[in-house]
Design a protein around this ligand. Structure first.
Ligand code: G1P
Length: 299
């Protein structure tokens, strides 16, 4: 059983690939079926045993904090309208976890964003989830009924409970895409667990040491904050989380896990659409109607 209870969610970005929508709505609040992107990532963390979420946020993005707070006016309106199920849903989502927020006042990279959570996290091991990466950990039988759920973060936490150190989620990508990700190389301990020896942020395809990319799920030791504080900017002039992780990899203290689950990169409009179709078509209430809409467009 994992002892990790705190997760850091870097959510300070501008969401430039979704402008103009993100001029007034945080990217993380764009909907997938009936919930914002951020809710899927928080639900995954809660299912993996996390009880405290640290949002590393920025000016103009307070709707994320409001989402996880009680709303007396809305609750009263739902009560008066007799919408009891909706009311229960709206209250329940505020009770799953404690949501704390800190601000990243300058956008200096992912490593810098994670460092902003240091005063809340302290010295404990913690998780990081990047909300652009959404993973559906459910499995289904051939008739479409859900048979189980194994959140990606939970898969990492099981490895972490065994060996400690750094654990990252891995996914194989086409070689031409290595320049978009952190890339890991090392030796395979099992068909899905890599002892990571090298990590490089956004290498050119010809320089990439492998084609296994980091997906935005990490378990990290509290000692990483000391490294991040001292770290110089790396790829694209930013303080990169991957550069700090590479120090653990070189010491033999980093594992990579090829996780099970349907992964979506919602950081661009087509990736978000892919996730929206996936979740809408499997929605317990309007899955059938969503499939009919998709079939109409496929004609
Ligand atoms: C970040 C990390 C990268 C990782 C990616 C996963 O990059 O720096 O190592 O592979 O997230 O989504 P970004 O997407 O912020 O460019």
């Amino acid at each position: 059983m994992s002892t990790v209870r705190t997760a850091v969610l870097p959510v300070a970005g501008w969401g430039t690939r979704f402008l103009p929508a993100t001029k007034a709505v945080p990217k993380e609040m764009l909907p997938i079926a009936d919930k914002p992107c951020l809710a899927y990532v928080v639900a995954e963390a809660v299912l993996a045993g996390i009880d405290t979420m640290v949002l590393v946020t920025a000016r103009g993005k307070t709707s994320m904090e409001d989402y996880f707070d009680r709303s007396p006016a809305l609750e009263m309106a739902l009560e008066q309208a007799g919408k009891r199920e909706l009311l229960a849903d709206v209250i329940a989502l505020t009770r799953h976890a404690t949501v704390v927020s800190v601000r990243q006042q300058e956008q200096r990279g992912l490593g810098h964003a994670v460092l902003m959570a240091a005063p809340v996290v302290g010295t404990d091991d913690f998780a990081v989830l990047l909300p652009d990466d959404i993973v559906d950990g459910r499995s289904w039988d051939p008739d479409g009924a859900v048979t189980g759920e194994d959140p990606a973060l939970g898969q990492l936490l099981r490895v972490h409970a065994d060996v400690g150190g750094v654990v990252v989620a891995l996914k194989e990508v086409p070689r031409e895409d290595t320049r978009r990700y952190g890339i890991c190389a090392g030796s395979w301990l099992t068909p899905t667990q890599m002892q990571v020896e090298r990590m490089v942020e956004k290498p050119k395809p010809e320089d990439a040491p492998s084609t296994f990319s980091i997906v935005g799920r990490y378990v990290l030791p509290g000692s990483i904050f000391a490294l991040l504080r001292e770290q110089a900017p790396g790829a694209i002039g930013e303080i990169q989380l991957t550069d700090a992780l590479a120090v653990y990899a070189a010491r033999g203290e980093a594992q990579g896990v090829v996780f099970r689950g349907a992964h979506f990169d919602t950081g661009n409009p087509v990736g978000l659409l892919d996730a929206q179709l996936h979740f809408a078509m499997r929605h317990p209430v309007y899955g059938d109607a969503a499939r009919a809409v998709v079939a109409k467009h496929a004609r």
